[in-house]
Design a protein around this ligand. Structure first.
Ligand SMILES: [Zn+2]
Length: 400
């Protein structure tokens, strides 16, 4: 139907719409922000690799927060999204979902490496691909092993077994359309690590990281250095080291982003500037991060396992799970019916409250009977370390 302007009001409305549609203001608004997803590896009950004085999860978080802070203060048209901003456990799959739900344009995952050999050191950046060396495969296996901390990993990860070499064959036949961009960004990062932060260059590598595989955008996984090398740990645990690494990642991102914009025909280079390491990070940022971290305990430091996930499992422990809550309960919460000395673990975003902890199944079963009137739905669960395992599996281990 042809448009008619039978009243002056309609004509004015038409003019207004036409103005909004073609004005520079609306064109600017239509230009989508570049979405940068920042992923600090591990967190909560998953500490990642543990060193003598620090834990991987805390280094990852501090560095990623510094990167995000630099981007937010110095770049325009970039939206920063974190997978975690505090010390919480997040499943791998959920990290990739954060990227996909936010339509990420780049995904950066930060980790710290660990090796049996105390002399290994240096920084490396991974993109998705088939590992060409055993060392690269080992890194991917160690980082993917966190999957095993999740209850329903067999279904959630479609049979992918982080510890089986066979599971990694899928990466050989995978067409990753984001690979070129991922590699170019990874190269910028390594150049910055070597040039500005004076780190030893272990290069750009490929391996099958689940979190990279599931993120539908260019993505990199950075191993800042080795926590198992005491000198490197001292550097990575220091504010100077963390700031240098964060600036290196940030400056590499500026290069990547400006290049990306040029290809699309617009130029933000004037807005997005590289920042020298000497530029101070606001005190509140470092203070906020420090508040959220607790130092490694003396005991954990002594153990210093290559990766938490690869420790030889200790004895299974049984507990009685009495209830689940969406939020953390107060000690005197009515739902706890006066029970004291409760413990809880977090799973699927829920707080699960438990009573007792014993390697003797019968003792916990006795507790279950005693509490049956108060908590008729309570049931026994089993843990090996921080990992929940099926009760029958725990009994099998004990009967070996
Ligand atoms: Zn890690």
């Amino acid at each position: 139907m042809p448009m008619e302007f039978n009243s002056p009001t309609k004509y004015l409305v038409f003019l207004l719409c036409a103005f909004l549609l073609f004005s520079p203001v609306s064109m600017y608004a239509q230009k989508k922000d570049f979405v940068l997803v920042l992923d600090a590896g591990h967190g909560g009950r998953d500490p990642g690799a543990i060193g003598r004085i620090s834990k991987e999860k805390n280094i990852n978080l501090t560095v990623i927060r510094m990167v995000g802070d630099l981007v937010e203060r110095n770049m325009r048209n970039v939206k920063v999204v974190y997978t975690r901003k505090t010390d919480v456990f997040i499943p791998l799959e959920q990290r990739a979902s954060v990227a996909n739900e936010n339509h990420a344009d780049m995904f950066i995952s930060v980790h710290v490496n660990s090796a049996k050999s105390k002399s290994a050191y240096g920084a490396e950046t991974y993109t998705l691909g088939l590992a060409k060396t055993q060392a690269n495969l080992d890194v991917a296996m160690a980082e993917n092993a966190v999957i095993l901390l999740e209850d329903d990993y067999q279904t959630r990860y479609k049979g992918f077994d982080p510890n089986s070499v066979d599971s990694y064959i899928m990466f050989e036949f995978m067409m990753d359309k984001y690979l070129d961009n991922s590699i170019s960004f990874a190269t910028y990062i390594q150049n910055q690590f070597v040039g500005a932060a004076k780190r030893y260059d272990r290069g750009v590598r490929q391996a099958g990281f689940w979190v990279l595989h599931r993120s539908a955008c260019p993505s990199v996984l950075i191993e800042l250095g080795f926590i198992s090398n005491y000198n490197e740990e001292l550097y990575l645990a220091s504010t100077t080291g963390q700031r240098e690494m964060a600036h290196a990642i940030y400056n590499a991102f500026v290069k990547y982003k400006n290049n990306h914009d040029r290809k699309l025909g617009y130029n933000h280079a004037a807005d997005n500037k590289e920042v020298a390491v000497s530029t101070p990070v606001p005190a509140e940022t470092t203070a906020a991060i420090a508040m959220e971290q607790e130092p490694a305990t003396a005991e954990q430091s002594r153990q210093a396992p290559a990766k938490q996930m690869q420790e030889t499992p200790d004895q299974p422990v049984f507990k009685l799970q009495i209830m689940t809550s969406a939020s953390k309960l107060k000690q005197n919460d009515a739902g706890l019916k006066g029970l004291k000395d409760l413990d809880y673990y977090q799973e699927g975003g829920l707080y699960k409250y438990t009573v007792g902890a014993d390697t003797d199944y019968n003792k916990i079963n006795q507790t279950r009977k005693e509490l049956k009137t108060k908590f008729p739905d309570a049931f026994i669960i089993a843990f090996v370390g921080d990992k929940k395992i099926p009760v029958n599996e725990a009994l099998k281990i004990l009967n070996r």
